[in-house]
Design a protein. Structure first.
Length: 205
């Protein structure tokens, strides 16, 4: 099989970079090398440098994940929000609020209104929320029926679909193997509404 022309390879790298950057997951040069099977990291760096020279990417010096899209590629700037521990998509689990990391999101209001959690368990499987996914949550004290929310029940957190019963609040799973959670309104604190789900298909080495 012949070699892929440099121009085609570079276009594929640009598409890869744009997809990752728009998802708020800027890759390192070594991750680009691994993604495209280059034998040397210098090959990946030369393609990225060429994309910078062409104005398709911007590079912030001194940062391993310093590549970004030009201003015209993105209507809103990126901002970092905290990744706070984990949330159970299954049985309730004790809420953890220690900051594990930060996640880049499009500027959509104040970063104080957003946080991220990493999902455990499979109770929201059929809603497309899987173990290891990161959910972006907008803080709000109320939500509509059918919204996917992060709720606190007796100091334990879970991600479920919100429903209302006869004088009760119901937290429904999206997996028939799990039971719904029914609580009195005073026993539940709504932490926020899930507005985005992110998934990394291949971890870097």
């Amino acid at each position: 099989m012949g070699r892929t022309p440099h121009g085609q390879t570079r276009q594929k790298i640009f598409k890869f970079m744009r997809q990752r950057l728009r998802a708020g997951l800027p890759p390192t040069v070594r991750e680009v090398q691994q993604a495209f099977g280059f034998s040397a990291v210098v090959t990946a760096r030369s393609h990225l440098d060429a994309l910078v020279e062409q104005g398709l990417l911007k590079k912030e010096g001194g940062k391993s994940r310093g590549y970004r899209l030009p201003a015209g590629e993105r209507a809103q700037p990126l901002m970092l929000i905290p990744l706070l521990g984990r949330v159970q998509a299954g049985a309730l689990t004790t809420a953890v609020e220690e900051i594990e990391d930060f996640v880049a999101v499009d500027g959509r209001g104040s970063k104080e209104d957003l946080f991220a959690l990493r999902v455990r368990g499979e109770s929201m499987r059929d809603a497309g929320i899987l173990p290891g996914d990161i959910v972006i949550v907008r803080k709000q004290p109320a939500a509509a029926p059918g919204d996917i929310v992060v709720a606190l029940v007796d100091d334990e957190a879970t991600v479920k679909t919100l429903r209302f019963g006869d004088g009760t609040i119901e937290l429904h799973p999206a997996n028939p193997r799990f039971e719904k959670i029914v609580v009195e309104p005073e026993a539940l604190v709504l932490l926020g509404k899930v507005i985005e789900v992110r998934r990394v298909l291949e971890e870097s080495a």
